[in-house]
Design a protein around this ligand. Sequence first.
Ligand code: ADP
Length: 218
Amino acid sequence: MVVVMLGAPGTGKGTISKLMSEYYEIPHIATGDLLRSYVNDNKKDFQIIKEYMANGELLPDIYLNEILEDRIAKIDTINGFILDGYPRTIKQAKNLENILRKRNMRLNAVINLDTPDEEIIERILNRVICPNCGSIYNLKFAPPVVEGHCDKCDGKLIKRDEDTEEKIQDRLRIYDEETKPLIEYYEKENKIFKVLVSSKTKMGKEVLKDITWYLEGK
Ligand code: ADP
């Protein structure tokens, strides 16, 4: 099963993708994580990539396509995967279709996570991540047991450079302009399921329940 996760930064895409990955026992492929580890390994063009990421801007496709295709080609995707952070443009959606076609796979569903902007900003400002294992914490709503340390691997938790209020506003604007058109694109294909993720309604595991209900009916 191949599932694409859509949603502005801070909607809980990473957290919910991880829950889905555990539930369905298929890998969670997050392009942001792939790129962060690529940059950490100082691979080709890492400086340029780092700059785009630090500004919260979309990376030109030439840098990302190969990294993504190589990741999807790994053996662990044989039963599918959860794709988080890709596609972000219609062009990328078409590229994904090509990659899947080459591998005799198809996109089963697109989950569109929706959260009010004020809540997104508050969440991102309180977000810390573990650079070692990718775990995500919220200092207000889901803090680690030991301050500053990852519950899972004891890595030192950090704030991402791009998680400042100004950069969040920029990323939300880029999301509206570049990524929102994808919702209509996938609606036409009848593949999209919209879920509201909010501390006032549902978060985390409760959202997972709704998503699995939808996917099982597919
Ligand atoms: P967030 O969802 O918090 O914006 P991600 O971890 O998904 O962050 O991505 C971090 C950065 O990596 C993005 O701001 C962008 O620079 C780059 N990136 C990730 N995925 C893509 C993509 N599909 N297309 C272009 N750039 C991307």
